[in-house]
Design a protein around this ligand. Structure first.
Ligand SMILES: Nc1ncnc2c1ncn2[C@@H]1O[C@H](COP(=O)(O)OP(=O)(O)OP(=O)(O)O)[C@@H](O)[C@H]1O
Ligand SMILES: [Mg+2]
Length: 244
């Protein structure tokens, strides 16, 4: 049963072991409706593993995952998607030989019927500023543009929650800035969890930050307080703080 007033997403004691390796341990995490949160932490901290426990690419080996109070720990990925969780994984599920609009139509067809398909496409194109390249084939796009098309595909389903693992990986500085602006636009309608390394990106979206370290939540706070926190700086290669 869905609980009234429950957070959009909650994990209780979530852990993930691979043989003897505890990649994620005892994570209590909460995300409210409409919230935007970045997950950061040094390499191997457990960010991607935790993320995959949320997308259900992994079945956590302990703990509980709740969506709006409903236990989805054992639910498969497609069941989660039906509850309005959009996931942009690093495996591109786009078709190179098709145009941006055709790819969006395919994504929208999974969720809408009739006129609503084109409406969802138009809206996604508008929100992700893709109008100029709507007729371009995917194999003609830059790396950054492809990432934005994938984001637009997620948006066609109008998800309550969007999960992104390193959306700016491999992007130029200008592309990172544009992506930060797009993510803020998406946050008008959806909550987001973004795993990200790029501190400039995190600062420019000025969001809540959860720091992972050795499989556990190490700190929580605003981007500014986290980046000035010497304890957080220390777990990143002994930096004084994340700004130095
Ligand atoms: N499939 C797997 N099998 C065994 N060990 C794994 C597996 N996936 C992750 N690990 C281990 O779990 C720990 C956490 O890895 P994870 O990929 O979640 O870290 P991360 O925070 O995403 O790191 P990065 O910043 O490098 O992406 C690491 O010690 C990693 O080696
Ligand atoms: Mg990772």
């Amino acid at each position: 049963m869905a609980e009234r007033g429950a957070p959009l997403l909650e994990t209780r004691g979530v852990g993930m072991r691979f043989g003897g390796v505890k990649a994620v341990e005892d994570v209590d995490f909460r995300l409210e409706e409409g919230e935007l949160r970045c997950l950061i932490g040094p390499n191997g901290a457990g960010k991607s593993t935790f993320f995959r426990c949320l997308t259900k690419q992994y079945q956590p080996t302990s703990g509980t995952v709740l969506l709006r109070g409903r236990d989805v720990t054992r639910a498969p990925t497609h069941a989660i998607a039906r509850q309005g969780v959009g996931i942009k994984t690093q495996v591109p599920n786009v078709f190179d030989g098709l145009t941006v609009r055709e790819n969006l139509r395919l994504a929208a067809t999974a969720r809408h019927r009739g006129r609503a398909i084109d409406e969802a496409c138009d809206q996604a194109i508008e929100r992700l500023s893709l109008k100029a390249i709507g007729g371009h084939r995917l194999d003609r796009l830059s790396h950054g543009q492809r990432q934005w098309v994938e984001l637009a595909m997620v948006v066609t389903s109008r998800p309550a929650l969007i999960l992104l693992d390193e959306p700016t990986a491999g992007m130029t500085h200008a592309e990172v800035e544009h992506t930060a602006a797009l993510i803020q636009e998406l946050n008008r309608d959806s909550a987001l969890i973004v795993v990200e390394h790029d501190m400039q990106f995190i600062r420019s979206i000025a969001t809540g930050v959860t720091v992972f370290h050795q499989g556990r939540i190490f700190a929580d706070g605003t981007a500014e307080t986290i980046m000035r926190d010497p304890r957080v700086g220390e777990i990143y290669l002994g930096k004084r703080n994340l700004l130095s």
